[in-house]
Design a protein around this ligand. Sequence first.
Ligand code: FMN
Length: 246
Amino acid sequence: MLYPLSYGGQELRVYVTSRPGIRRLPDMSNDSWRDRLRALPVFDDDLPGFATDAAPADPITLFTEWLNSAIDDGASQPHAMTIATADAEGAPSARTLLLKDLTPEGFWFATMSNSRKGLQLGENPRAALLFYWREHGRQVRVSGDVVVGDRAAAEADFLQRSTDARAVAIAGPQSEVLPGRERFESAVADARAILEFKPDYVPTAWTAYLVKPAAVEFWQATRDRDQVRLRYTRAAEGWTRELLWP
Ligand SMILES: Cc1cc2nc3c(=O)[nH]c(=O)nc-3n(C[C@H](O)[C@H](O)[C@H](O)COP(=O)(O)O)c2cc1C
């Protein structure tokens, strides 16, 4: 069967077969959603350029330039990133986290080691990060091994959080089933009492993690719906740089 689809302003025609093992597309007859989605704007006309010939030799330098530019131009939550992890069977899951630090070694985030992602990282210490700065039409994809930072890094991070954020983190086991909001409210009240009594309390599960990039891809949209992709891959010494087909 022939299905019309649109992507990035282009009409595509997709053939779907009913061969066993190939999932059929969902019903595409909901025209109002298709039209509504199609009418949404994607990128501004005014996008920054990306001179790949002049790109620095290492991706952290280029990432720093792009992050600085997102911050300076007032991008919304420029330090928010999607992080994907997978369990031992390879089943993926993704969520948003804040980037907590950027060092020559890589990208830092902090969370509970007994959360869903923390448990997954325990059994499969690899992750993919995704930054999307929509105002600039830019995305950066990072993948690599994840290592646990030292205790001091976790403590410093936790103690910089607001009292509310610390109380919520202490209140209960992140990612486990919550029996009800009342249970949450009383646990947060208990956690506040602990923090009043011991303001420098840091739960042992609070952990700073470092993603050591093995590959970093920079993607830039352009005004004419073209895309520029540059991937850095870690080599024996330094990094290799390659353009990718959009
Ligand atoms: C903008 C934003 C920032 C967030 N930052 C963090 C963070 O730094 N650490 C964290 O543990 N959860 C953070 N969260 C919550 C996570 O997305 C997620 O709900 C939580 O970590 C549990 O994930 P898990 O069940 O996959 O372990 C953030 C959520 C949003 C929307």
